[in-house]
Unconditional design. Structure first.
Length: 217
């Protein structure tokens, strides 16, 4: 590493989706094995489809408006917390997001302000700054900028990854299967060297197979 950024990856996520948390880990794992410099970021999505997906995941009644509104507000609050954490650095922001997701989805801790602050403390955020930023206009503007970016990239579902390889094309690739194998296949098709452990490489990697959910933007 150390050269100019070759690969840029935008991973659009639902912060309350176990599948998205898995995709976040896949991206981080891939980056650790790439021979090139990579820029990547996790971008939270919030739309009616995202809320519906979460309600289905939790076996909630999608037609209950009050429940839907509570779910929307829950997603929104978590996203603002994440944006506030990002103000203290991308790495810290990602650590906060994934630690909060782990508490909510794996440890079944209900989301609350106390939980958010506890996780912020756990990952070493400046707590005074975090508390000040988590419901700030700056965090809200960052949220709206994310939704605008998703619309521009035509992203509706999560997880979705938009991948740019500037040595190959100015156009991005939209990947809706964000498994490690799919990411690895894209990199190999783009001519990017991946120093991956043997057990991480699918048996048919490098066979030229295509993914139907991969397209140019």
């Amino acid at each position: 590493m150390g050269g100019s950024i070759l690969l840029e990856v935008y991973l659009f996520i639902n912060p309350l989706s176990p599948k998205c948390l898995s995709s976040e880990k896949n991206i981080i794992n891939l980056v650790h094995h790439l021979s090139e410099d990579v820029s990547f970021q996790f971008i939270p999505l919030l739309n009616m489809q995202i809320v519906s997906d979460t309600m289905i995941q939790l076996s909630l009644n999608k037609n209950d408006l009050a429940t839907r509104n509570r779910q929307f507000q829950l997603h929104y609050n978590i996203i603002l917390d994440y944006k506030a954490a990002l103000f203290q650095g991308k790495k810290k922001g990602r650590e906060f997001l994934m630690a909060l997701q782990d508490q909510i989805m794996n440890n079944t801790q209900p989301y609350s302000e106390e939980l958010a602050v506890s996780v912020a403390n756990q990952v070493g955020l400046d707590l005074d700054m975090f508390k000040e930023d988590r419901r700030s206009d700056l965090a809200k503007r960052a949220f709206h900028a994310d939704q605008k970016l998703a619309a521009e990239m035509k992203v509706v579902h999560s997880p979705s990854a938009v991948i740019y390889n500037y040595e190959v094309s100015d156009y991005g690739l939209l990947l809706e299967d964000v498994s490690y194998e799919a990411l690895l296949d894209v990199c190999e098709q783009q001519g990017i060297t991946v120093h991956a452990p043997v057990h991480s490489v699918p048996a048919d990697a490098g066979t030229g197979k295509s993914f139907p959910n991969l397209r140019s933007l």
